[in-house]
Design a binder for this molecule. Sequence first.
Ligand SMILES: [Zn+2]
Ligand SMILES: [Zn+2]
Length: 357
Amino acid sequence: MAPCSVCAKPGKACSGCHNSFYCSPECQKEDRRTHRLLCKTFKAFDDDHRPTTTSKRAIHFPEKGKCAFIWVEIRSENPLFHHWMTPDLRIILGEDDPKTLNMPRDFAAEKDPRHIIEINYRDAFTQSGSTPKQSIASMVFGKTNVAWSGPVVACGRGLNFHSHIYQDLDTTDLRFLDEFLQRYGIIRGVRINCNVTQELFGKPIFEEIFMQEKNVSELFSEGQQSQIAHRIGTPLRACLEIPSEDMEDPLISMKYSYATWLYMNCDLDTKHDLKTWGNAPEYQGNAIVVRQDKKRLCPKYLEALFSWCWQNLQPKFKAVTKQSKAKRMQVLAQVTKEDFELYREEYEKEGKTPSYD
Ligand SMILES: [Zn+2]
Ligand SMILES: [Zn+2]
């Protein structure tokens, strides 16, 4: 008995490959769509067939056709650094060093895999959201958010301190790859829910949301940049969500969104700037906030940032509204990553939640 490939309960070996395990017909059925692509060929790639002691089993996604196991020679790039090993993928990906992408830890952690899965690819793939005709991932798995072009090779590496050591992939890894390739290109942002959404739908103020990359391109080009967030090295953009029909109840007034305070004006260049210093746009309704660098934005992080703007910066901005540019620049000098991180540490320690209405 080994853990089920799907749910990790004790399971029985698949009769085809003896490599994946299943606790029940249900779990086996759930895995079938991807498992069948590698099941039958696994035997020809077991330890007895390893061509050299330094080769590892990897998964190849060719430009045409289905994915398959391959042996990849792991070699030392530089004889002086023995443990700096890389897979030799020249035959498949060409002479140039391939680009690599590791399946993110926070994705992998939910799934408890035994490896880091490293995805090697050659061609730059577009992020425009257009559907490629020969995308490996879309061909094999049906849906993907990224236009993968050219061949892709997935290799395994050890976890934590063993991350420099290449490992064999097997039939159980395809499941993780499938899900990752489907979800890659998803941007994790935060919706700041207004009081109406909170009350009517029981939503939290700061809610994590998943958006397809192609759907947020408008947000990137037109969403408003938070000057404060940029100053602390967390480039954020926000825009208002178009209210859905059930929101249009004229009896309930929507209060200003929490997003407002991320957008205090920090410019000091023109007369108009000086006049509108510290002003914030009056956001009403739900706002969507994403990181411009497409990294994950955590609700907790945004909450602390909001609180910092509202509780800490706003009074400081206000105190110098009638004062000289130099005085205001002194206030701006306090808008630093270090200051925010100190604030955030305290904020999270105290487990505060914003009290703003
Ligand atoms: Zn199971
Ligand atoms: Zn099998």
